[in-house]
Design a protein around this ligand. Structure first.
Ligand code: GLV
Ligand code: MN
Ligand code: MN
Length: 426
């Protein structure tokens, strides 16, 4: 798959009427940050939870207020385009977007910024009644993070026809079925296939995102031209032992799943820190049942998140951690079940789109550099069916997935301008 570029930029890109409205963009970013904001200033907008459903409804209202067409699909994705876009049938589509859901206690920009910028591009093109060669369509992909329902990249997998290997009735970590929550978001579990776009219908996908790391800030660069996206494997591991009285059960008669899980946590860290089988390895969730000071736990559930840019290394790391866990379970006399939540492949960004992002940044006078993404993005899923490009802007302090996640306003505006210019030069 290749994408042709109009270089230098098309007349519309040079047309000053097609422009990002900085105040409108920043106002929207701020307003959406209020949806799901908790007492600590973080955002609790887990995919298909109440705040996420509210955010998606607000996006629909916002697109209507902007005079745009908006529709939802069976997977819960929200799509926005110019009202007259149907008259331009046959025009190739450049899809622009990201996600509205967050991790628990996440930041306001991871995902939502890219959706607001995509909306801004569609609106700017509509207001100028411009005539780009590719019709921009904005998308808010459903459940990118998988924070509550452990199917990350849900919406992008559905839209690209890659939502296979689903459990019969997907559930969240508390056993709440996805079916009802998806219906509240306007989706339909029984009609997921209808969310898939026909092969070839996306000419290019562009995603603007905060970097979530320190590289751009430390280098003093304003724009990141993403070279590729890390691969990722996420496992949910259940360790089951034997509950008992903390005061009366002799140490040698215990089958304690928490001490076994503790060894697993260290074995996961060692994969990346000691044996360096993969780039990073994390246990981010550990739930102890029951969680009581004077009872030996019955069971522990934990997640293992492995990342590397090389799919072979990722596989080897998964094999190694599975072996290590079996050995620990044997030694500790506990039962182990391992479920794969996701395996996302590393992805390379399209060369022509990288060039287009770099040229747009140069023309707008922004210092830029090429860098890889250590975080996962819907873009890596879309890369299975279309050429994909990603644009990063600096993250203050390099932090993300925390309430402190932030980016300077000027950088947020610059990123949206680069997105617009890149979309117009296809
Ligand atoms: C997605 O946000 C990820 O965990 O990389
Ligand atoms: Mn994220
Ligand atoms: Mn994200």
């Amino acid at each position: 798959m290749t994408i042709e570029l109009t270089t230098p930029v098309s007349p519309d890109a040079l047309d000053p009427r097609v422009a990002v409205d900085p105040a409108r963009l920043l106002d929207r970013v701020e307003r959406f940050a209020r949806i799901g904001r908790n007492a600590h200033g973080g955002i609790d907008r887990e995919g298909f939870g109440d705040a996420d459903v509210e955010a998606r409804a607000e996006l629909v209202r916002e697109a209507h207020r902007a005079g745009l067409d908006v529709w939802g699909d069976a997977a819960g994705n929200v799509l926005i385009r110019r009202p007259a876009a149907a008259d331009r049938a046959g025009r190739r589509v450049v899809l622009l977007g990201s996600h509205l859901d967050t991790v628990s206690n996440g930041g306001r920009l991871d995902g939502a910024y890219g959706v607001m910028a995509a909306l801004e591009v569609v609106q700017a093109v509509a207001e100028a009644d411009a005539d780009p060669s590719h019709e921009p369509v904005a998308v808010a992909f459903a459940n990118e993070e998988g924070a509550r329902f452990p199917q990350p990249f849900w919406g992008s997998k559905a839209l690209t026809g890659q939502l296979d290997d689903l459990p019969g009735e997907p559930e969240d970590n508390d056993g709440v079925p996805l079916r009802g929550q998806l219906a509240r978001a306007g989706g339909d579990l029984d009609a997921l296939d209808s969310a898939a776009w026909p092969p070839g219908s996306i000419s290019a996908y562009l995603e603007l995102h905060v970097e979530q790391g320190p590289v751009l800030e430390q280098a003093g660069d304003r724009i990141g031209v993403v070279s590729g996206i890390t691969g990722r494997t996420v496992l949910t591991v259940d360790v089951v032992g034997r509950a008992g009285h903390a005061g009366t059960t002799p140490m040698e008669l215990r089958s304690d799943p928490l001490t076994a899980a503790s060894r697993i946590v260290l074995a996961v860290e060692d994969l990346a820190r000691g044996s360096r089988l993969c780039r990073v390895a994390t246990v981010g969730r550990l739930q102890v049942r029951p969680s009581t000071p004077n009872t030996i736990p019955q069971g522990v559930q934990l997640t293992v998140d492995l990342r590397d840019g090389d799919p072979v290394r990722l596989e080897l790391a998964e094999d190694a951690v599975r072996n290590a866990m079996s050995v620990i379970a044997g030694e500790r006399g506990v039962e182990l079940t391992v479920a794969v939540d996701t395996r996302s492949q590393p992805a390379r960004m399209d060369e022509a789109l990288k060039q287009a992002v770099a040229d747009s940044a140069t023309e707008l006078g922004h210092p830029w550099q090429v860098l890889p993404s250590g975080a996962g993005h819907d873009a890596q899923i879309v890369s299975g069916v279309a050429p994909v490009g990603m644009i990063f802007v600096p993250s203050i302090g390099g932090v993300s997935h925390v309430p402190e996640e932030d980016t300077a306003d000027a950088d947020l505006v610059a990123g949206a301008e680069v997105l617009l210019r890149t979309a117009l030069r296809l």
